[in-house]
Design a protein around this ligand. Structure first.
Ligand code: FES
Length: 160
């Protein structure tokens, strides 16, 4: 019997692809910019990967991002909606919530609406599986999310 496949970690996959073109070397700033193009900003997990790729410390990468006028440590949108795509959440409706967010807002994952109201992204397990499916809105957990409640929340966030 084979073990069930791990859910894909889209953020990690995109970061790896963004950094692949620097396999023969490059500047940490350029690597961070490539990650931002892929994810909309340079998240903490990506800072670690850029640091390893560039052969510098994570603090050095963080400092480069903080002092750069273009690079960001957080999404530029007013609200950040992170949908759990871990195994339990995905099975209990998380995968449908991802589709609903993309369809309702008309944007792909890892991007923000044109008016910078909402940034949407997936995350693989918040460690709060008992309340699945979970969504984080501006860092706060909204558990047992239903499609109708999520649609309402997105409508409220778009106006705020
Ligand atoms: S799978 Fe969603 S919180 Fe664990």
């Amino acid at each position: 019997m084979t073990a069930p496949a791990e859910p894909r970690n889209l953020e990690r996959d995109r970061t790896r692809r963004a950094l692949a073109r620097f396999d023969r070397g490059g500047e940490a700033r350029d690597m961070a910019a490539a990650v931002q193009s892929a994810l909309g900003y340079v998240p903490e997990a990506a800072i670690e990967r850029v640091a390893v790729h560039a052969g510098v410390s994570p603090d050095a990468v963080r400092s480069i991002v903080e002092s750069d006028a273009v690079l960001r440590l957080t999404p530029s949108a007013r609200h950040r909606v992170t949908i759990c795509t871990g195994r339990t959440c995905a099975r209990r409706g998380g995968a449908r919530l991802v589709k609903l967010a993309r369809r309702t807002l008309g944007i792909p994952l890892f991007t923000s609406t044109d008016d910078e109201a909402i940034h949407i992204e997936p995350f693989r397990c918040f460690g709060e599986c008992a309340m699945a499916p979970n969504v984080h809105i501006d860092g706060g957990t909204r558990g047992a999310m239903t499609e109708s409640r999520f649609r309402l929340l997105l409508g409220v966030l778009v106006r705020r």
